[in-house]
Design a binder for this molecule. Structure first.
Ligand code: SF4
Ligand code: SF4
Length: 76
């Protein structure tokens, strides 16, 4: 069975200036426009790890981290 990769999208609120580029570029709408144009992430599981948000953010406020799960013995 193929395992689906999971990602954790972290936004450093003290760096973010609510420019909107991250939710404009996100292809899966994992990041959406929230109150006062602030980025919101209601559902992390939608993220496909394309890193476009991390690359486009002018203030280096986004960090996308792959969630590493324990591999079962059969894949060794
Ligand atoms: S691209 Fe960066 S600065 Fe702009 S809204 Fe997103 S997190 Fe904030
Ligand atoms: S890594 Fe890609 S899919 Fe995930 S939040 Fe960023 S732009 Fe969206």
């Amino acid at each position: 069975m193929a395992s689906k990769k999971a990602y954790n999208v972290e936004i450093n609120r003290s760096y973010c200036k609510s420019c909107g580029l991250c939710y404009w570029i996100c292809p899966t709408k994992t990041i959406i426009k929230g109150k006062y144009d602030k980025p919101e992430i209601p559902d992390q599981t939608k993220c496909i790890g394309c890193l476009q948000c991390e690359r486009i953010c002018p203030d280096f406020a986004i960090n996308v981290v792959e969630i590493v799960e324990e591999k079962s013995e059969e894949n060794k």
